[in-house]
Design a protein around this ligand. Structure first.
Ligand code: G6P
Ligand code: MG
Length: 221
């Protein structure tokens, strides 16, 4: 592969919004009398809003009508939006800005590949919209990760062949989506949780372009 495009998941990779998703879902679970742990929360990462609610209801063995589900998903999103509308540029995760700047200076195209429909608001709040050549988000795709649609869409938007793209992901479903797209995948988080990725780092502050090239080359050999 040639590293020509880098596609970043948003929540938990570029910005620390995973905690806000968790807090909002936790509040909803409490309200529904469902015991919901941080471990359960791993299953929600990268998963669409409605699918996340389904997982929580499954944990609590609760059946709801589709109207009720819509109502609760909307309520969770209101709480979540309340958090993110107050985000500031400090909440960009360490190393993200530097890596994006370095990649762009080297002529590598950058994109977001996220299930979140709140992507535009978050990028705007933290002031990094201009660091991406394209944004593929939950407003543009219909199939949730682990389906590769969002990453294929991102590659298409930046005009790069999927085999020349690296994906950065903090979610198990997202790593599977990247692999399903035929892309090289770097997990961001815990190596135990993200074992399916080609390589795992704790944060984007651990990588730069030279390191990416080494990781990719070592993997091939
Ligand atoms: C990301 C997050 C998920 C979230 C999904 C939808 O993939 O990792 O936790 O459920 O986006 O986000 P939204 O902002 O549209 O509810
Ligand atoms: Mg994520």
């Amino acid at each position: 592969m040639r590293i020509l495009g880098c596609i970043f998941d948003l929540d938990g990779v570029i910005v620390d919004t995973a905690k806000y998703h968790y807090l909002a879902w936790k509040r909803l679970a409490d309200q529904l009398g469902i015991h919901f742990t941080t471990e359960d929360n791993e299953r929600l990462k990268g998963v669409s809003r409605m699918d996340s609610l389904e997982i929580i209801l499954e944990i609590g063995q609760l059946n709801l009508s589709s109207d009720q589900k819509n109502e609760y998903a909307t309520l969770k999103n209101e709480w979540y939006v309340n958090f993110i509308s107050r985000m500031t540029p400090d909440e960009i995760l360490k190393g993200s800005r530097e890596l994006l700047q370095e990649l762009r200076a080297a002529g590598i195209r950058t994109a977001i590949g996220s299930a979140s429909r709140n992507t535009p608001m978050i990028l705007e709040r933290v002031g990094i919209l201009d660091l991406f050549d394209a944004v593929a988000d939950g407003n543009k795709v219909s199939k949730a990760k682990p389906d590769p649609e969002v990453f294929i869409k991102a590659a298409e938007l930046i005009g790069i062949d999927p085999v020349d793209c690296i994906v950065f992901e903090d979610a198990i479903a997202g790593i599977q989506a990247a692999l399903n797209a035929g892309m090289f995948c770097i997990g961001v988080g815990s190596a135990n949780v993200l074992a399916e990725a080609h390589f795992v780092v704790k944060g984007l502050n651990e990588v730069n372009l030279e390191k990416l090239r080494t990781i990719e080359k070592d993997f091939r050999s």
